[in-house]
Design a protein around this ligand. Sequence first.
Ligand SMILES: [Zn+2]
Length: 486
Amino acid sequence: MTTLTRCFIILFTLSGLVACEPEQAAPGASEQAVPRADATDDGRIDLIVLGDYIVTMDAAATVIENGAIAIDDGVILAIGRADQITASMQAEQTLNGDNRIVMPGLVNGHSHAAMTLLRGVADDLALMDWLNNYIFPAEVEFVDAEFVRIGTELACWEMIRGGTTTFVDMYYFPDVIAEVVDSCGMRALISATVIDQRSPDAESAVDSIQKGTEFIRRWQGKNSRVSPIFGPHANYTLNAEQLQATRAAAMEFGVPISIHMSESPFEVQYSKDTFGMTSIEFFESIGFFEGPTIAAHVVWPTEAEIPILVERKVGVIHNPTSNMKIASGISPVTDMLKAGVRVGLGTDGAASNNDLDMWEEMRLASLLQKVEQMNPEVLPAETVLRMATSGGATAIGLGDKIGSLEVGKHADLIQVAFEDVHHIPTYDVVSHLVYVNDEQDVASVVVDGQVLMREREMLTIDTERVAAEATKFAARIQSALQERNQ
Ligand SMILES: [Zn+2]
């Protein structure tokens, strides 16, 4: 479409919002000094998504009834009442909105996607026992590029099906992860894992930083949906110099870092014994927060450490299922939010969850805080929905691009069906999204304006092929484990 038509649509959007909210002036509307074009000039836009409700997650938490979103070139052009938008523009494709809630796609701020292939391989164990005696040895034995390709595809299938549109991943063979994300249409920050031990794709910390650097060089600027970043594992698998070297490499490319931080009592004790400080104080002391940081877990911050997270704009990713399953503890999410920390939500890997269901993370995050504080008012539905959308986007550094449905943002959104018996009756859509919804309720998924799932039909991943490949690979793992145990 022409620039002229686009200018018209932006004007239309602003006037449409004014019509919905007569009390509010549309910001910037009077500043638009562009000529109005004929609405039918220059044909059709790419996509219109309709919904009985549009939960925008904008700053005012606007919910539009009988709404529509107009999308072209991957960007939201207009959002407003369905009758106004459909009367003024035509689209190549329209997603029907009957019994559908439209909302931003979910942001999974911490995952190890390929670990779907280790789903259920070792349960009911403490973190260090689980890592050292099961996960790390299994990874050395089984994880190769093929494992990562199949496991990541399986994860992307599950995440798209459940309405996740963006994820932050940390695993081995990051090029393979990037290729899968590229082809399935999701958005991701993909961390090259840095760890000071023999891993499936590197021999040491130095080697993994070198390989991560090459990965970032290959992928930076290649695909706007794929952001290559560094993922130093933790402060108990890397020393201060190695962590600083990783940060220096990240700064060279201007990319953020994702890392596990203050996850368990073991880590905090290790940090005190080794560095003479608790974890977050240690990271602050070595200048680690000089660049953007996405910190997974943060279960055990001290009172003195929370202001550091605020000042350094650290994005904290809360993973309630993983924290509960490994008994890492209960993160003081309410205190961190009150202090101004940017907090998002994540699933962690499927080996410690054991699924990638962000609806479950929302529900558990809310319920866990309520029972921990013996206060049902903490972490209400809207707050936790924000952590999974706009708050999560801000925590991972994409708050200006995704996370809410607003004109100019990328069209990363989902349609949730609310006709199932467990949604009836519907008094409050936000309440239902958090306290009722399951991943199976997601009907359609759009990322960057591309429809990845339409009325539960996967369009970018061959479900049967992925399921068959995953089952076959898992059979290999199972027979090797049985042999070892005999
Ligand atoms: Zn993790």
